[in-house]
Ligand binder design. Structure first.
Ligand code: ASP
Length: 461
């Protein structure tokens, strides 16, 4: 007999089915025992009466035991219909039951939304926490979002290309995670803060349309919407201007989120300059929703562009506001090359904001070595430092680098907006705790002295 998913049981009244899953709840009503059996599709009620062949087994069952049940699908008596679940009009009368595995009592309830439970405990037992309905839904939605993005980009002729994780530093404004090299004593890889440099090199390489569902690592202070690692939909195109990337991206987001059943408040997305939003909202992330939009789950996308290229850091030095690899606005390239009016230079950066969060950002890139060189010069890098850190990009740009640009969307931020979640951890399967440790496995952890030696590392305490 073929397995039937629990949700499909509702369409098979009168038939025999074989279902597999976990005991979500067990209710003992004196003589009758009700089991809600849960699989990835939902739950269905199984009813044991004293005349059931396996009544004795049923009375032993506990939450989260794993079962195989063969039985007949019956219509529930009118009074017993449960309108809250998809299979609420039917129930299964068991003919055969097999306990595939037992379970200890879970450390917390799985039939709630989970927000009431301490985060450390939830993440220690994340494999159980993930069994709750809300997280099953969130993780499925994430998969659907990525699937729709892929379908859209493949249709537009993009190639999905992976780039290295063990790499050299790419500045995105955070600290790097580093990995010691056993082969090269005293040397370290950096984990990418984004695939920025590689995707630009792929444009130099002539691929023209690249995308990747890319892991990014940033060692920064953790916040509700920020973790050490996140995933980006990262894309780059050649022979394009700012308006082309914004149009492609807007079409992608629209097709994907509308395809998932969401409503967008304003199309085309409104476009603001940085100056406008700072005057209007006092911030470059803002929420255009009305109270009614909030209640109806409406998405309010907006573009922001014309950002200053540079700002002063805490030590009074110029640093980039968004991305050092960006092209200045064409009318400001001259200032950039001469290092003049630095505070007035605007970048081709564009950010996409939705419901108060920044959900994407990108730019047209400098594709001539002198432009990129000028950026690092303004930031006070010595010739030696520029050559050491970015010599490979300057070299690549000498070999016919096409005009190019791109954008990246943080998958978690986008999902948070779609699902109305406030915490990044609710849309990642195995997130870090707010104290920066991994779920389930307790990393970071200490190394054995043998391993430290191999890596040429000494720990100072
Ligand atoms: N690399 C940028 C980021 O990670 C995105 C981009 O400019 O494409 O924010």
């Amino acid at each position: 007999m073929e397995r039937t998913l629990v949700l499909n049981v509702k369409d098979l009244v009168g038939q025999s089915v074989e279902i597999f899953g976990w005991v979500a709840t067990r209710r003992d009503h004196g003589k009758i025992i009700f089991i809600d059996l849960r699989d990835r599709s939902g739950i269905v009620q199984v009813v044991f009466t004293p005349s059931s062949k396996d009544y004795a087994i049923a009375s032993e069952l506990r939450s989260e035991w794993v079962l195989r049940i063969k039985g007949k699908v019956k219509i529930r008596p009118e009074k017993m219909v449960n309108a809250d679940i998809d299979t609420g009009k039917v129930e299964v009368e068991p003919e055969e039951i097999e306990v595939l595995n037992k379970s200890e009592t879970p450390p917390f309830p799985l039939d709630t939304s989970g927000e009431e439970i301490d985060e450390e405990i939830r993440l220690k037992y994340r494999y159980l926490d993930l069994r709750r309905e809300r997280l099953q839904k969130n993780i499925k939605m994430r998969s659907e979002f990525v699937d729709q993005i892929r379908q859209f980009l493949f249709k537009k002729g993009f190639l999905e290309i992976e780039t290295p994780v063990l790499s050299a530093p790419t500045p995105e404004g955070s600290r790097d995670f580093v990995v010691p090299s056993r082969f090269n004593p005293g040397r370290f890889f950096a984990l990418p803060q984004s695939p920025q440099q590689y995707k630009q090199l792929l444009m130099v390489a002539g691929f023209e349309k690249y995308f990747q569902i890319a892991k990014c690592f940033r060692d920064e202070d953790l916040r509700a919407d920020r973790g050490f690692e996140h995933t980006q939909v990262d894309l780059e195109m050649s022979f394009v201007e700012q308006k082309d990337i914004m149009a492609l991206d807007e079409e992608m987001i629209t097709v994907v989120v509308e395809g998932m059943g969401y409503k967008i408040k304003q199309k085309p997305f409104p476009v603001f300059t940085y100056q406008e939003v700072m005057e209007k909202f006092g911030a470059d992330k803002f929420d255009l929703r009305t109270e009614e939009d909030r209640l109806n789950g409406i998405l309010t996308y907006a573009w922001v562009r014309d950002f200053p290229f540079f700002e002063k850091d805490d030590e009074g030095r110029w640093t980039f506001t968004h991305n050092p690899f960006s092209h200045a606005k064409p009318e400001h390239v001259d200032w950039l090359l001469k290092g003049e009016r630095v505070g007035d230079i605007l970048t081709t950066q564009y950010d996409l904001v939705c419901n108060g969060l920044e959900v994407g950002g990108g730019s047209i890139r400098a594709n001539k070595p002198e432009m990129l060189h000028a950026v690092f010069k303004i930031m006070g890098y010595s010739e030696k430092a520029i050559d050491k850190q970015f010599g490979h990009m300057l070299a690549a740009f000498k070999y016919g680098a096409p005009p190019h640009g791109g954008i990246a969307h943080g998958i978690e931020r986008n999902l948070m907006v779609l699902l109305g979640e406030v915490y990044l951890r609710e849309v990642q399967a195995f997130p870090q705790t707010s104290s920066g440790r991994t779920s389930v496995m307790s990393a970071p952890s200490e190394l054995e002295s043998k391993q430290l030696k191999e890596l040429h590392l000494k720990i100072e305490k």
